[in-house]
Design a protein around this ligand. Structure first.
Ligand code: G1P
Length: 291
């Protein structure tokens, strides 16, 4: 069973400046909660019980958000603001814990994942990149499907979606003989980090959800610097694929890249209109704009 998930949150978020100058980009609010909460909830919905933050000294507010705040709780209790008290004490279910480890140097995503090696131990684990929000179209949770498939096939799972051909150089891109149907996995022939436009093996991009065996940590230790002079998770997965079956899982949900400003605005719109309490009035506000 996959119970641990690594969330690399040490990145400085230069794509989100100036907001990210003094607020971690993961703490920027999407409707009424920080972006990172959606990713943590996605992991929990897929059965994850331990969230491992790979973080940086400037990001303490993320850890604080998932911790208890005794002073605030006492004040809300005294003021009988019990709804709010429930909201802030029920962010995480009781069976879920959040631990953190520092990434001492910005050496890339592969290095960030490797920083969690001792916490992960010998168990397979998930990785969720918190820039990307995944909104499920139904009750189906794509990460949960990947975990089921991992347990069935024992093959690492890499979540993918199709992107326009001129955007392949922004993503990891997978090589598959047979393109997977939505909600299905197919064996991968290869994976390459940010290929130049016109050289990509497909248009299936890695969106930042992975289910990986513990063995990947040993491969990360041997992974030389790659694209951007960083230690790339993609390169370690390519190494894994030389000896083990690795599968690409094609997602059903919709992605929002909250690391970019327009992606973030799109997320606010989509999560806003479907918000259980605010959605109906938010739709009216949008109509008032008469665009
Ligand atoms: C990372 C991964 C890349 C993946 C992308 C998804 O890149 O290295 O393979 O496609 O996330 O967002 P980054 O966006 O951190 O440069």
């Amino acid at each position: 069973m996959i119970k641990k998930a690594i969330l690399p949150v040490a990145g400085l978020g230069t794509r989100f400046l100036p907001a990210s100058k003094s607020i971690p980009k993961e703490m920027v609010t999407v409707v009424d909660r920080p972006a990172i909460e959606y990713v943590v909830k996605e992991a929990i919905a897929a059965g994850i019980e331990q969230i491992i933050l790979v973080t940086h000294s400037s990001k303490a507010s993320i850890e604080n958000y998932f911790d208890r705040n005794f002073e605030l709780e006492t004040t809300l209790e005294q003021k009988k603001k019990l709804d709010l008290l429930a909201e802030i004490t029920q962010i995480l279910p009781e069976h879920v814990s959040v631990v953190s480890v520092r990434q001492p140097q910005p050496l890339g995503l592969g290095h960030a994942v490797l920083c969690a090696k001792d916490i992960v131990g010998n168990e397979p684990f998930a990785v969720l990149l918190p820039d990307v929000l995944v909104k499920n179209q139904s009750e189906e949770n794509d990460l949960a499907q990947m975990i089921v498939q991992f347990e069935r096939s024992n093959a690492a799972q890499i979540m993918v979606e199709a992107v326009p051909d001129d955007l392949v150089d922004q993503y990891g891109i997978v090589d598959v003989a047979v393109s997977p149907e939505q909600g299905q996995s197919q064996v991968m022939q290869g994976i390459v980090e940010k290929p130049a436009v016109g050289t990509a093996p497909s248009n299936l991009s890695v969106i930042g959800r992975y289910v990986l065996p513990a063995k990947i940590m040993h491969l990360l230790e041997k992974t030389p610097r790659g694209a951007g002079n960083e230690i790339q998770l993609t390169d370690a997965i390519a190494m894994l694929q030389q000896t083990d079956v690795v599968e690409a899982y094609r997602m059903c949900g919709q992605t929002f890249d909250c690391g970019s400003k327009l992606g973030y605005l799109k997320a606010v719109l989509h999560y806003g209109v479907t918000h259980p309490k605010l959605g109906a009035e938010f739709i009216e506000l949008i109509k008032e704009l008469k665009l």
